[in-house]
Design a protein around this ligand. Structure first.
Ligand SMILES: [Zn+2]
Ligand SMILES: [Zn+2]
Length: 253
């Protein structure tokens, strides 16, 4: 299984438009972060988690030739607004399978009504195959996927475990029962926004505590704000098995 970090930034990305913050002006490519998403290549399948505003650019820079599924974590714009850009895949492959919680699917139907319309469809509009998921394991073309429910303040979010890889974003609270599902993973990806506390995201300390509790072999931090600091400086302060993810980083599991 190969995982590519397509984006590792928080909702505004880094640099933030119009910002003079030193991290936004950094020339280190690892300080440039698109909105969060990962590509998972497993058993010849390309599975993408989330489809944010940078989806087009992410698919182009990684030369992703086909798309077997999009798994949505939740409905926030930084995770969903790229959905129109599945069009080239739709033209090549037909309806694109999307997996989401019922509430998230309803939100997508409202925001992308022309994609979900079955009548009077505008020619050229893409179509999706809807798969509503609950907090129980499901399969994508034979690959087993375990949803892990976390809370993003009051918003329910799905993380996903595929074999010994798990991806959690936008978490603030993870109940014991859900954390149990992550035990034994080799690689855990988890969100760490900044050093200061935040009402709906883990800060660095909370993310590190969570990693301590799960004890993966390696952990990667994502959904990063410019306020966390320079990649190089933050990385130097992390425990030995914890890494700040950066855009286009690839890992084999
Ligand atoms: Zn987010
Ligand atoms: Zn969110």
């Amino acid at each position: 299984m190969k995982v590519t970090f397509l984006g590792t930034g928080t909702s505004q990305g880094i640099p933030v438009i119009g910002s003079n913050h030193p991290v936004c002006r950094s020339s280190d490519p690892r300080d440039k972060r698109l909105r969060v998403s990962v590509l998972i290549e497993v058993d010849e399948l390309n599975i993408v988690i989330d489809c944010g505003p940078d989806f087009r650019q992410q698919m182009l820079s990684n030369q992703v030739q086909k798309l077997d599924a999009i798994l949505f974590t939740h409905e926030h714009s930084d995770h969903t607004v790229g959905l129109d850009d599945i069009r080239p895949y739709f033209f090549k492959q037909g309806d694109i399978p999307v997996y989401a919680h019922q509430r998230v699917m309803a939100s997508l139907q409202k925001r992308f009504d022309y994609i979900f319309d079955s009548e009077n469809k505008y020619p050229g509009a893409p179509s999706v195959q809807e798969h509503v998921i609950t907090n129980t394991a499901f399969t994508v073309k034979g690959v087993n996927i375990i949803p892990v429910e976390v809370m993003h303040n009051r918003v329910q979010v799905f993380g996903f475990r595929i074999r010994d890889f798990a991806y959690i974003t936008d978490a603030k609270i993870v109940e014991e029962e859900e954390a149990e599902k992550l035990k034994g993973v080799d690689v855990l990806v988890v969100n760490a926004l900044r050093k200061e506390p935040h009402h709906s995201h883990f800060n660095l300390e909370e993310a590190l505590d969570f990693i301590q509790k799960i004890k993966p072999e390696k952990a990667f931090l994502t959904h990063i704000s410019h306020l966390l600091g320079f990649h190089e400086e933050v990385q130097a302060q992390l425990p030995p098995n914890v890494y700040l993810a950066y855009d286009n980083l690839q890992i084999e599991i």
